[in-house]
Write a protein that binds this ligand. Structure first.
Ligand code: 6GP
Length: 839
């Protein structure tokens, strides 16, 4: 089999090739070779990182044939490709995932062992590319994995931030942000393609002119031009030859120096434009949902969109004589509104550069784009002050006006004399200051608009996009999110993967529905005991990690109750804390209380400027300090805040969880994807009817899900009657005890000011209805404790959760996008022999 592989890859060579061979000895030799020739080291003086690099290049070599063949195939005349435009791709470390998808994990593990090293340690050496904030960026990464695994021709376009999401340290219980220097030791997974650079205009003015054929045209005379250089990373599918590209753009000045200024002796002025251009993609904005209307952010968005569209057009014209069939060969997905300026930019390229008439250009544009919305929070809807937009992108603003005029004309016909409809649908917000509304542009320019879970897609139609829904109902659809089982099970939970595979074979890894077959084993006591054994071992690993990282000793037999996600008031980490303090008070009053011991584990970053989120972190760590050190509790409760939650840490945490906290206020979490990762790894969920929780509960069965809290309509109802949070405080003694304990400085060494902003917010405003949901949450948590006491029952529920998670594979989501939005087909990649002729 191995020599067959070698001969497919290189028919001229009968022995295993050092760059493609897959047997243990070849891999071992190849690693040493790369160590010497790329890292310039002998084993005796090589660091762990050197070995990691040598192995990474060894694996990359084995991807290249697949990658180049995929890229070539995708260029062909009749192949339709997906372009996924996203300001964020939170891909996570590549090495382990590529080993899984190449299906060479075992060989490599052995080869590394024979060199006296440990594969896991090398995998752990990889600096993760933190090019995203949270759910939206991670979803994009799961989707790339599924696109390749399903053999769909695709390319991900984004920004190569020099500094990704900050590293979080915890000092004295507070979050401290440290710059993320993910590139400092080099990135073996990317290849720069400076020959495919493109130019991007900014500022300046526009000018009308008449072309040689007497046609009226507009040109943009920019103030400055920035160069975009693509960096490509292969994204291999699971056990297929498809390796699609993630193409990230880096900005650079067009000329390193402004020679005129340089000659005049203005050295600093001369480098100024270089510094300015390179600043553009320096750093990822660390806010996840609320927007930050910073000019640099708009520059980033336009920069990567403009580069990507030019790139698509260039590749399109290699095999096609015109752009007339652009929409037949490209499906472009807008990952939220961050790339929405693409609608206007494609119009600009078609009309100004390729001289299309407006109407046919508009047809192509609308047919090409799809728009996914990821949030209902009104503060997260992107809008740009007209003044900034017009100054930075004067031609784009003119085009947006034209799109808007033509669009509003259609609205006027459909809803005559309806001024309020007109003003809500208009791309230009004229309420107080003037703004460009990116969601409106995205809706008008796309043929499909989708939310990310059933509930969310319904709420979009009822609330923020209501008027668009009235106008074009046929555009609206839903695609419930999913996660890739490769990273979130096979890679992160090898023990459970092994147990499941022993029972039902391995087809479930790319046909997740097959997990259903596990149901037949729920009544098998020995299977349940193996199931518990696996969970126990994984929890022991996490316990060791916790002790090493934060010095807290936790009991692996305790219930691991986990909430990991960005820190946000709507996600209600502080509701979780109210429960912890409730248990604390109960145990203090009644030391004999019969409840299972619990370890509460938190992780997540707060946006650096988000006051309340940062206080919530301080609340968690402060409550932890008291509880973890209270001898009366006899270790029955522990509270851990794990610093620097990211993909890598997620891979440790999800497999070890018993209970998954999905406790957002109903109607606020668009979908959630962590909820799926937990369930897939056998955790039970305590959650509200929000986002994809609704569908998870439907799948696993109400009896295997701990539900609590107000529903979305009830939330609206409570708010419409003038919600009075203080009433809950007055009438609920236990709740009062909890809030009073925080207020009196008990968790803050007597400092009453420190945590009071949180208490005041809950008592006098409570926009996310924590107090309204408190009792229901506490009751549900009591059911959790009861269920956990009966370990056989808990195991049954856990097995059924996993068995019924088939729907939540990102393979299913991507299949739906392909069928209902993109209309693309898989193309299987033939491995072409590599030789000098076709090289
Ligand atoms: C997130 C949503 O909050 C989360 O519920 C969803 O699962 C995820 O997107 C993927 O769809 N939204 C964002 O991260 C965001 O920045 C603008 O939205």
């Amino acid at each position: 089999h191995l020599s067959l592989m070698a001969s497919i890859l290189n028919p001229n060579v009968t022995i295993e090739d050092d760059r493609t061979g897959l047997d243990i000895e070849t891999i071992r030799r190849a690693v040493l070779d790369n160590l010497f020739y790329i890292q310039g080291k002998f084993p005796a003086i090589a660091t762990k990182h050197d070995f990691y690099m040598a192995l990474a290049y060894t694996v990359r070599d084995r991807l290249l044939q697949r990658w180049l063949n995929s890229v070539q195939t995708n260029l062909k005349k009749d192949v339709k490709s997906v372009a996924y435009l996203s300001a964020e791709f939170l891909v996570g470390p590549h090495l382990g995932n590529n080993l899984i998808n190449l299906d060479i994990y075992q060989q490599v593990e052995q080869a590394i062992k024979e060199s006296g090293l440990n594969l896991q340690e090398l995998i752990d050496t990889e600096e993760e590319p933190g090019l995203g904030n949270g759910g939206l960026g991670r979803l994009a990464a799961c989707y790339l994995d599924s696109l390749s695994s399903l053999e769909i021709p695709a390319i991900g376009y984004g920004i190569r931030y020099e500094f990704g999401i900050f590293d979080q340290h915890i000092q004295d219980g507070w979050q401290v942000e440290i710059t993320d220097k993910w590139l400092q030791y080099g990135n073996p997974w990317e290849i720069a393609r400076p020959e495919s650079s493109v130019m991007v205009n900014f500022g300046g003015r526009t000018e009308a002119y008449t072309d040689d054929h007497g046609a009226f045209r507009v040109r943009w005379i920019p103030e400055y031009v920035v160069k975009g250089i693509p960096y490509d990373t292969p994204i291999l599918g699971y056990k297929v030859n498809t390796a699609n590209t993630l193409r990230l753009w880096r900005s650079e000045a067009c000329e390193s120096f402004n020679f005129e200024r340089f000659n005049q002796g203005d050295y600093y002025g001369a480098v100024d434009s270089k510094v300015h251009s390179e600043n553009l993609c320096k750093v990822l904005y660390p806010n996840d949902e609320p927007i930050q209307g910073k000019e640099l952010r708009l520059q980033q968005q336009y920069f990567f969109v403009c580069c990507s569209l030019q790139d698509m057009i260039r590749t399109h014209l290699i095999e096609n004589s015109s752009l007339d069939n652009f929409d037949q060969l490209w499906a472009i997905q807008l990952n939220d509104t961050h790339p929405a300026v693409a609608v206007a930019e494609l119009m600009r390229l078609l009309v100004d550069v390729h001289h299309y008439e407006w109407e046919p250009a508009w047809q192509i544009t609308e047919n090409t784009f799809g728009y996914t919305n990821h949030t209902l929070l009104p503060e997260a809807l992107e809008k740009w002050p007209l003044s900034i937009f017009g100054r930075l992108l004067p031609r784009l603003l003119e085009i947006i006006y034209e799109i808007n005029n033509r669009f509003l004309e259609r609205v006027r016909i459909k809803f005559p004399d309806n001024g309020s409809k007109m003003s809500s649908l208009s791309i230009i917000d004229e309420s107080d200051d003037k703004y460009v509304r990116m969601a409106n542009l995205a809706c008008i320019g796309s043929h499909r608009i989708n939310g990310v879970a059933q509930l969310h897609s319904e709420l979009l139609k009822e609330t923020i996009l209501h008027d668009f829904y009235a106008l074009f109902p046929e555009k609206f659809t839903n695609v419930t999110n999913g996660v890739t089982p490769r990273r979130w099970m096979v890679l992160s939970n090898p023990r459970l993967t092994e147990l499941i595979t022993q029972k039902i074979g391995n087809r479930w890894i790319n046909h997740l529905d097959e997990l259903k077959q596990l149901e037949q084993f729920v009544d098998d006591a020995s299977f349940r005991s193996q199931w518990r054994q696996v969970k126990q071992e994984v929890k022991q690993d996490l316990a060791k990690y916790i002790e090493k990282k934060v010095g807290i000793v936790v009991n692996p037999a305790s219930l691991f109750d986990v909430q990991v996600k960005r820190i946000h008031e709507y996600k209600r980490q502080h509701l979780n804390v109210l429960h912890i303090i409730t248990l604390y008070n109960r145990l203090k009053h009644n030391p004999n209380l019969d409840i299972p011991p619990r370890t509460f584990i938190f992780g997540g970053k707060a946006a650096p400027g988000y006051f309340m989120a940062k206080r919530i972190i301080k609340l968690i760590t402060s409550v932890g300090d008291v509880i973890n050190n209270d001898p009366d509790l006899k270790d029955r409760l522990k509270v851990v805040f794990l610093p620097d939650y990211n993909v890598t840490l997620g891979q440790r945490v999800y497999p070890a969880a018993d209970l998954s906290e999905q406790i957002s206020t109903a109607g606020k979490e668009a979908s959630g994807t962590g909820n799926m990762k937990f369930s897939l790894n056998g955790a039970l969920t305590i959650g509200t009817l929000d986002g994809a929780n609704v569908e998870i509960r439907e799948e696993v069965g109400a009896e295997n899900f701990f539900l609590f809290g107000l529903t979305t309509p009830q939330v609206a109802e409570v708010k419409s009657h003038g919600y009075y949070p203080r009433g809950h405080y007055d009438s609920n003694e236990e709740l009062r005890g909890v809030l009073d304990l925080i207020s009196c400085g008990f968790f803050s060494r007597g400092n009453r000011e420190l945590l009071q902003p949180i208490v005041d917010n809950l008592l006098y405003d409570d926009p996310y209805l924590l107090l309204a949901d408190y009792q229901s949450y506490i009751n549900s948590q009591e059911e959790v404790s009861e269920a956990y006491k009966d370990q056989e029952r808990w195991s049954r529920m856990s097995i059924l959760n996993v068995a019924r998670m088939g729907k939540f594979s990102s393979d299913r989501s991507i299949q739906e996008y392909c069928d209902n939005i993109w209309k693309v087909q898989p193309v299987s990649i033939k491995l072409q022999a590599y030789n000098q002729e076709n090289a």
